[in-house]
Design a protein around this ligand. Sequence first.
Ligand code: AMP
Length: 433
Amino acid sequence: MLFNELGLSAELLRAVSEQGYTQPTPIQAKAIPEILKGADVLAGAQTGTGKTAGFTLPLLHRLSQSAPAGGKRPVRALVLTPTRELAAQVSESVRAYGKNLPLKSAVIFGGVSINPQISALRRGVDILVATPGRLLDHVNQKTLDLSKVEILVLDEADRMLDMGFIHDIKKVLALLPKTRQNLLFSATFSDEIKRLADGLLDDPVLIEVARRNTASETVEQVIHPVDKSSKRKLLAYLIGSENWQQVLVFTRTKHGANRLAQQLDKDGLSSAAIHGNKSQGARTRALADFKSGKVRVLVATDIAARGLDIDQLPHVVNYELPNVPEDYVHRIGRTGRAGNEGKAISLLSIDENKLLRDIERLLKRQLPREVIAGFEPDPNAKPEPQVTRPRGNSQGRHRAGGRNQSDRGNGSAAYAGNGRNRNGSRQSRSANI
Ligand code: AMP
């Protein structure tokens, strides 16, 4: 299948070819023709499948085919995303694919000044990409009118629900015209997502593509058992001896991310940390430095890394395993994207065996263990009592947390209250991420 068989305009095909894409990914091949027809779509697709272009290209096509009557441009397409990073990335895609079209776009999220956003909205915007909290701030300040929206996209809807955005989403839905096209993208289909889809979508076309991450053949996964106290040395050794030039490292806590980035820097490996306590500017800078190669190691917490679009990321390291097994799948989804090979390495200390068992149960397979010579774990080591298990899987991840303030506040409150802290646990994850 070729891009020019999908029914997209010449301007869009030119932009696609400038991106260097030759063939549509499976989600693009399935979703683009349906969206062009005007159908509502329920798509099961994770980051890394090419889903962004899957909805952005037909959305741009449809908007460019009809122009609103004179006057200020009303917002005609609204894309909601759970995180600032994802909003920024979707907006970059809209700009890149729409560069040959006379359409205007803007992105709005919290953690940055609202005034430039107000100015952009005042000038007129066809496509708006936003996180829910800041979007509602604009609505409350009467700087935004959503009454002319023709197409609504909920991107990473499962993550939006995880983060406690359901009430905000409902508030936004109430502001939209009744007749519109709705596109819902979600990596997972919980009962809560199904309920949302039932209320939102009109006779939707269901599109599912293989879950790349669990089934992925492109991501090689390996576990290195090691003592906790030797993890940093092992990481530095692996980066140096294997000559990794770009590596994304996950820690469980913000504090851990900062400390590790500082220590690696001292070891001579240029590093930066990215997490919810960093200002938006600092996060954007760290990501840009990482992409350009100025920073070799990016240390991130789970939610901060969610949705990061880094092309062809060759190495992902779990410095600590995540408490929630699904986060492992999201983490390794940063590598081996769109058909590129990738490697996911996990450093496993004795107290993380249980977390690994949960992950392997989710993946339905055992991951290979490989002890690195010189870093053999102490066979007499005792596990330290630490983080307890996540709540039961049946509904745990979807408990309604308080509304997440992260996309409104100034960063310091980011991601607090996402409903994921565990009972009685020494480490409250929601406070630490
Ligand atoms: P997404 O799932 O939208 O986050 O996209 C994942 C990555 O795939 C991004 O880095 C895109 O630039 C890239 N991508 C999207 N569509 C294609 C395509 N048709 N061919 C190759 N790469 C693509």
